[in-house]
Design a protein around this ligand. Sequence first.
Ligand code: FUL
Length: 503
Amino acid sequence: MKKTLIVLSLLLTVKAYGQQKSIVSISKTDNQSSIIAKAANVVSSPRQLRWQTLELTAFFHFGINTFTDREWGDGKEDISKFNPKLLDAEQWVKTIKAAGFKQAIITAKHHDGFCLWPSKFTTHSIKNTPYKNGKGDIVKEVADACRKYNIGFGIYLSPWDRNNPSYGSDAYNTYFVNQLSELLTQYGKVDEVWFDGANGEGPNGKKQVYDFDTWYTLIRKLQPQAVIAVQGPDVRWVGTETGVGRETEWSVLPMAEQSQEKIAALSQKEVNVIPTLSGSYKDQDRGSRSKLVNATGLVWYPAETDVSIRPGWFYHTNEDAKVKTPKRLMEVYFTSVGRNGVLLLNIPPNTDGLIAESDVRNLAAFGQKMRSTFSNNIAKMATLSAISGKNTKALFDGKLNTYFTTLGKDTTTKIELNWSKDVTFNILSLQENIAIGQRIEKFEAEYFDGKQWINFSSGTTVGYKRLLKFNAVTTKKVRFKILSSRLNPTLAEFGLYLLDEKD
Ligand code: FUL
């Protein structure tokens, strides 16, 4: 009998998980609470989940702009200037790896149309430059280096092409698909394909109507594990190029947010944007209850937060003194990964074909700072009491698929942490088990000062990771409360850390 029950409950669990999809539809009979219940069950696809847990991904903006000292080339550049004599893609990859980055994207073709690989379909490529006497292939050099150092490999292929004469006609869609096919078949596994949203005029003054469906079908066929980013269905642009994501960041959004028109409208469009900290978003919040009520369906559509380590996307000597410091990079980590996003940090190689010394140094120090900060979870040493929930062990086991949750269907919970001696920390780190959905809507943390409980941090969404920084707290007692959740909350990891704020 017991056995039958176990089998039955396993079947029910399988069925429940079977219902979890990265897209769900909403019918006319759904009401607010059934919509929220559905939202809590939308999950990432395996490719999205892999991408999200990478946390740190890198962009290498490199091309003819590196040699003309420009941000946006017009496609008329003299490509005989392109000759990075000391190019060493392994140096690029080793630099990012030392800083903890897990994936890199190379600008195979930027808006100027110049190709870093010897494409058969244009003369405007590396094969007609002095680099390695026309025998070079930088996409291959980067792909090989990534493979050697076990770093994911991605390609950036700008749909906007200011060089190709067919831009603005159907023939350009064929040209683009041919180039995409080359990139997807000649360089081994591709983990991310990044389509820039900038869409201006081509050499003939015409705009292009892009054939997104053909691109997506081709990628799914040739590289099914690759996430398609920004102008794509898997990964959404957060909305600024500042490295600052939203404090309330849901990965589950109304389906309409993923429509091609919406993606195109919201993708990057400004000319030569200099990222600033005050960049604005179209919306402060795209997935809370009020945004979901009128949705016709729901999708898992997580945010990628991009920014450059320098003011520009391409290398400029006069920006050598403006490289983000380790402290600043840490702040960017907090406002991107720590706000339920993936960081896409651009590190542009210079005209020698190397990452400049200043960038290498700052990235190494950032990696060091990350390791020293997050290697010591102060919460792990606490005794837990006054808990309303189960499986507290999971909170500190470093695994995302084991989690603390409430008893029954409770959507609120409380944990108290006690230390025998004073402890000091200035960071709270939370992670949900997003493999089964994003649920937490409101939380707060308090410490006991000997007389009363004092709030030191509070917030809304958690998702893959939420990091909060506050003035250092010294105490023997902390209380953490989940005040609202779409379903029983899951807390996969809980951390308190002490960040050394010196540069
Ligand atoms: C923008 C482009 O216009 C910039 O040059 C850069 O590539 C950035 C990542 O995306 O839309």
